[in-house]
Design a protein. Structure first.
Lengths: 329, 422
């Protein structure tokens, strides 16, 4: 609350500073009397202090509510659990993490998400292209595609739990066309792809909207020119649309990546609970399990620190991508 | 100019103070709330309609003894319960009285709890199930319900398969023969949900007394677990055998035990289920769908010399936190929560098998009678003795055994290593 309220008070200080600068200049030019000089020195001290005071609430909030807990968490990850609660154990927790096949699976799945990212971007991109090219019924599709984005992951998970159950409707449909039932959520080789597929289904609406916004900036003259030159649809997509939308595509890559790494917990929790055989663990889920189910908060802190570092690397890479695309302007 | 700076400083200081000022009273109010002392209870039952009369009776009992103490029940969602409790324990602040599951969940957290032995001495004889809340000879909670794993069977399906519904199989061979008949009649033999990996816990405890010899059983509970014993391996071999023969419902690894597997049994699609005694998946739940056609059988005899018994422990109980300001009245509240009157209400409304051995169950359906009659000879459930880490591993390995990606030998080896380390 102090932050919000402090913003109006910034303005008077700003003007005060401008006035002060004028005062100082006058004093220096005039060079008259010690009284005004002393006043200006006192003014300078107050001026120096003013920005610090004004920044203090924001800085203190960041330091005490963001950085300090972060450091506490990192520090906590170097202490033990259970009988060794509170004692320093060095890198034991991190070694245990490396040794835990479950955590390695979780990290492997993060890698898998990165590999599947192009698919998650291509799907809304292609569908947006079709809508942009006005396929029949494009207005209908535009609203239908966005619809899942307003559903909570828990509801999406529950719906797909029913649909993808072993004796559920999806397998029944497969059965009628002669394909054997697949245990979508019970087969360790399939489950992670099922969950990622549902995640893409649930979230691609947002990316689709971003793509459509990008299309609105595309110069229709280029498309007309391509049509006049006799370009086929794939050629138009490849040579005109993709280059024209490069910045939008990069943006969608970044936001989809963040979404996949940070918001799949709800879906995992409802659909697989990390199973079967621990094949759908992601670091977030691992942290939750260790903290809540195994009573290993320090180990969970270590896993959080590792996840934080991964996100830091991914985030920095994404910032550099965004900056590069911004520089093209 | 100076005026301006001072002004802004004063403004910010004022706002900051105001900000603190408005936050502070709400933060401190509960602890200083008037002349009455207040006890805060955390559980996941008090919000349940079926438990309303139980909580009411316990509150009334407590109010008689301590009219000057107010009690506040905070019902937490069960799937978040231990996460929230972990936060409270880390900060050393939280409820005075809290609910626990027996076994690993409470034993992992006894550092934060007050030993109750001196307060509950009078209740020792009346209540059963203390062992699940005991660690190193000290009792940390009083049992409210008993939790165990009777094997329920569907008498209608038995009749349909041409079997005698009043004569459930007593040996493994008989069970397999019955399963074959039931399969032929178009139903599954077992309802199994192993999505959460809980299946093998029920399996181990439900069938263990027919597989391990009495000595192996007692040693297991006492912590001397011999994972190299052929009988222990047999538990997991039979787990595989039943699945390989197609006696489980399809897609067991993607079926949730809570409550999809129970629904399979309710719907009459499977003839047996290793269920629970309290909370959910018990005689009362099943009875709502199957009426009086719910039977209870004891574990089939697998190994010669084994003595099948009912596996049960204290299910849930209330404990007192170490940081409770008034441990005496907190312990009294725990005693009120385990009074005969309150537990009787819990049993009759929620269908829980309560810890109180003096409750009269003669009016209840026969399934209850069977369960209660076996309490005396019952033993602690095998899986409760394992650490939560080993149980988690067992869940994943059991899924691997079902899908064929791990052998029984390998699974038992890994479990032995985890059990030794934990």
């Amino acid at each position: 609350m102090p932050v919000g309220r402090s913003s109006p008070s910034v303005r008077p200080a700003d003007t005060g500073r401008a006035e002060g600068a004028g005062f100082e200049q006058r004093a220096r030019h005039g060079g008259t009397g010690t009284h005004s000089r002393r006043a200006s020195r006192a003014g300078t001290a107050a001026e120096r202090l003013a920005p610090l005071v004004l920044l203090a609430p924001a800085v203190l909030i960041i330091v005490f509510l963001r950085l300090w807990p972060l450091l506490l968490g990192v520090n906590f990850s170097f202490t033990g659990d259970g009988a060794r609660n509170g004692t320093a154990v060095g890198f034991d927790n991190y070694l245990e993490l490396l040794d835990d096949p479950l955590f390695r699976t979780a990290l492997g799945n993060v890698g898998l998400l990165v590999v599947l990212l192009p698919v998650a971007v291509a799907i809304p991109g292609l569908l947006a292209t079709f809508i942009y090219l006005r396929v029949p019924g494009h207005r209908f599709y535009r609203s239908v595609y966005f619809f899942p984005a307003v559903l909570s992951p828990v509801i999406v998970g529950a719906i797909f739990n029913l649909i993808l159950a072993f004796d559920g409707p999806f397998n029944a449909v497969l059965g009628t066309i002669g394909l054997g039932p697949v245990d979508w959520l019970g087969d360790p080789g399939v489950a992670i792809f099922t969950v990622v597929g549902v995640q893409i289904w649930a979230t691609f609406g947002m990316a689709l909207v971003v793509f459509l916004a990008g299309f609105s900036t595309l110069d229709p003259a280029l498309l007309d020119a391509a049509r006049v030159d006799g370009a086929s649809l794939p050629q138009t997509v490849w040579h005109v649309i993709i280059p024209g939308l490069s910045r939008t595509i990069q943006f969608v890559f970044v936001t989809t990546m963040i979404g996949m790494l940070t918001s799949m917990f709800g879906l995992l929790y409802v659909m697989t609970a990390g199973g079967p055989e621990g094949s759908t663990y992601l670091p977030e889920f691992y942290i939750w399990t260790q903290q809540g189910q195994m009573n290993r908060p320090a180990l969970a802190s270590a896993a959080s620190t590792v996840l934080f570092l991964i996100m830091l690397v991914v985030g920095l890479a994404q910032i550099s991508v965004l900056r590069r695309s911004g520089g093209e302007d | 100019m100076k005026q301006h700076t001072l002004w802004s400083v004063a403004l910010i200081a004022g706002l900051t103070l105001a900000g603190c000022g408005s936050a502070a009273p709400t933060g401190t109010a509960p602890s200083s709330g008037g002349s009455k002392t207040k006890l805060v209870v955390w559980d996941w039952k008090s919000g349940d309609k079926k438990a309303a009369s139980y909580i009411e009776k316990a509150k009334a009992d407590f109010a008689k003894k301590h009219p000057d103490v107010t009690v506040e029940f905070v019902a937490q969602p069960f799937d978040q319960y231990y996460t929230l409790l972990g936060g409270a324990i880390q900060s050393g602040k939280g409820p005075d009285v809290m609910m626990f599951n027996g076994g690993g969940q409470i034993r992992d957290r006894v550092d934060a709890l007050l030993p109750l032995d001196q307060y509950v001495a009078e209740d020792r004889q009346r209540l059963a199930g203390w062992e699940a809340f005991t660690k190193d000879g000290k009792t940390y909670a009083a049992p409210v319900t008993l939790q165990g794993h009777p094997i329920y069977y569907n008498k209608t399906l038995y009749t349909k398969a041409g079997l005698d519904p009043e004569k459930p199989p007593a040996t493994w061979d008989e069970l397999m023969a019955d399963c074959a008949a039931i399969k032929k009649a178009g139903a599954k033999c077992f309802a199994l949900g192993n999505k959460e990996g809980i299946g093998p816990q029920f399996w181990l405890s439900g069938l263990g007394s027919g597989i391990l010899t009495p000595k192996e059983y007692d040693d297991w509970i006492a912590g001397e677990r011999d994972w190299t014993s052929p009988d222990v391996k047999q538990v997991f071999k039979l787990w595989k055998e039943v699945n390989d023969k197609g006696y489980n419902n399809d897609g067991a690894n993607s079926t949730a035990m809570f409550n999809d597997a129970f629904s399979v049994f309710d719907a009459g699609k499977a003839a047996h289920i290793i269920g629970l005694m309290s909370d959910v998946g018990h005689w009362k739940d099943f009875g709502e769908f199957l009426g009086d056609k719910v039977g209870v059988m004891q574990a089939p005899l697998v190994t010669a010399g084994a003595q099948p018994s009912l596996p049960y422990d204290g299910g849930i109980g209330y404990a007192v936190a170490k940081w409770a300001k008034d441990p005496k009245s907190a312990a009294d509240l725990v005693r009120s929560l385990t009074s005969t009157e309150a537990l009787n209400a819990f049993y009759s409304n929620a269908g829980a098998i309560a810890s109180d051995t003096t409750i009269d169950v003669s009016q209840a359906p026969p399934a209850v009678g069977t369960i209660v009659s076996k309490l005396k000879s019952g033993k602690p459930a095998l899986h409760v003795a394992l650490s939560s880490k080993t149980l988690d591993l067992m869940g994943r390995l059991s899924q691997k055994i079902l899908s064929g990606s791990a052998s029984v030998d390998e699974a038992v080896k890994q479990l032995a290593a985890s059990d030794r380390a934990g």
